[in-house]
Write a new protein. Structure first.
Length: 43
């Protein structure tokens, strides 16, 4: 059973020449009973 679905998620910080794309069209789903961790580089 799917308990979470994310489709085409994007996140951009800043504007213009300082814009940083953190997420670019990310899609995923989480099923009941699954464990999920989202990790990335720290700044």
């Amino acid at each position: 059973m799917e308990i979470l679905r994310v489709e085409n998620l994007s996140k951009i910080y800043g504007k213009g020449t300082t814009a940083v794309t953190a997420l670019d069209n990310v899609s995923f789903s989480v099923e009941k009973g699954e464990f999920v961790a989202i990790v990335g580089a720290s700044r």
